[in-house]
Ligand binder design. Structure first.
Ligand SMILES: C=C(O[C@H]1C=CC=C(C(=O)O)[C@@H]1O)C(=O)O
Length: 428
């Protein structure tokens, strides 16, 4: 049994401003920040990393901690663990040198977590011994004094990736589809980025949170390397026995006007190729939920999710999970979905190992948080990149089916890359 001592105090500070001030000097940094909903967790430091949460015991509160004392809601906030999982952790092909530098840890409990959720806004301090009240008070003071953040634009250059390499990947993918080995495979590209001047993870984080990308901002920093992005794709959310997931596949651009976007969306809805790509994802998610859940509700037809640069076919899924099934179990059963691997999933993963010249690392992995009560959520780490403060790699992918056109799919990835590139600021 691992005993965790947790102290939660309410704060009034803006979470992102507080994070920007507190983050200096912490080797491990974690962010899971939903831009649309109060589901925001920003962690600093590493109190402990555990392979499973089955043997965790929590002791709450600390006499005299915090200048505002603890409220009932704050007292009930369990310690929050972060979990960043690779797309294919057993792929023997090497990842890029930045991605390869992250440790292989499962559940990481930060020393400090800034939280904004349905309970309110809190500062959480975690420790393996009784929480020292002076530490809580110091961090609380720093939060209260946090100045408003400032955006920084970082000019950059992008090295073109090899078009011949993409064409070769497409030939291999279409051959595997024609041979009946897979019905769909999700190919990716990566591009090298070089910044005009040094930048920090905080700079990218602020631009992603305050920029026009929709979805959940992710950050995992380890020492001087950071993985981040803004993903639209929820993998799984669990609150008590309530579970939500999302089928997201099928893409078109946004138009220059709302009317043009509506026309593109209507064409996407009516397009057989995109509907088939989407339906593989619906079938897999529905199948998993039917096995480990009850009261499963998945609408028969998709809707449109309109983002800053692209629009997707989107089907929400809801269910109630069987007792004994954990969020980690659900994450492992659902990931990778055919939205990031293909169909059948195992065959598509094997094919990707053979035709992609790199391991994806955290790109398209399952990244999220889980609290000690077992609630939390994971997103699929799309629209992401990995950086070292001078440059890095950006990643994007798209679903390939028999009718896919290499030029159109190549351009679709360039459109998707715009989200992670927006982390470099509007004027970049
Ligand atoms: C694999 C990616 O997107 C997935 C999610 C939505 C739409 C997709 C598509 O239409 O191909 C992809 O399945 C990516 O953004 O890198």
């Amino acid at each position: 049994m691992t005993k965790i001592y947790t102290c939660n105090v309410p704060i009034e500070a803006d979470l992102v401003d507080a994070f920007c001030v507190l983050q200096k000097g912490f080797t491990d940094q974690f962010v899971y920040y939903d831009k649309q909903r109060a589901c925001r967790y920003m962690g600093l430091g590493r109190c402990i990393a555990l392979p499973s949460l089955r043997e965790v015991e929590c002791e709450y509160g600390s006499e005299g901690a915090g200048t505002h004392g603890t409220t009932d809601a704050a007292a009930q906030q369990p310690p929050v663990f972060f979990s960043f999982n690779r797309f294919d952790s057993t792929n023997p092909t090497p990842a890029d040198e930045l991605m390869a530098s992250f440790p292989r840890l499962r559940f990481m409990l930060p020393e400090i977590v800034l939280i904004e959720n349905e309970r309110g806004r809190f500062l959480q301090v975690n420790s393996l011994g009784p929480v020292y009240p002076g530490r809580v008070a110091r961090f609380e003071r720093l939060c209260a004094q946090a100045p408003a953040r400032e955006a920084v634009a970082i000019p950059f250059t992008l090295e073109p990736d090899s078009r011949a390499q993409w064409d070769a990947q497409m030939v291999a993918a279409l051959e595997a589809i024609a041979a009946g080995r897979v019905s769909k495979v999700v190919l990716s590209r990566r591009k090298r980025l070089t910044a005009a001047h040094p930048f920090s993870s905080k700079d990218l984080l602020v631009n992603l949170i305050d920029g026009d990308g929709r979805g959940t901002v992710l950050l995992y920093r380890y020492a001087d390397v950071f993985f981040c992005g803004c993903t639209p794709e929820l993998l799984v959310r669990k609150q008590g026995d309530r579970v939500e997931s999302m089928c997201l596949a099928g893409t078109c651009p946004v138009g220059a006007t709302p009317e043009a976007s509506d026309a593109l969306a209507a064409a996407l809805m009516a397009d057989g190729k995109n509907r088939a790509e989407h339906d593989y994802v619906v079938q897999l998610i529905r199948g998993v939920l039917d096995r480990v859940c009850y009261d499963v509700a998945v609408p028969a037809a998709p809707e449109i999710m309109r983002l800053a640069h692209v629009q997707h076919l989107f089907t929400p899924a809801r269910a109630r999970v069987l007792a004994g099934i954990t969020l980690a179990d659900l994450m492992e059963d659902l990931h990778p979905t055919p939205a990031v691997a293909g169909t059948p999933v195992g065959e598509a993963r094997m094919l990707l190992r053979a035709i992609e010249p790199y391991s994806r690392g955290f790109y398209a992995g399952a990244c999220g948080f889980v609290d000690a009560a077992g609630d939390g959520e994971f997103s699929v780490a799309l629209r992401t990149g990995v950086f070292d403060g001078e440059g890095g790699w950006v990643y994007g992918g798209c679903g390939i089916v028999a009718e896919s056109d290499p030029d159109a799919e190549y351009e679709e990835i360039d459109l998707k890359l715009k989200t992670i590139l927006s982390a470099f600021g509007k004027d970049a």
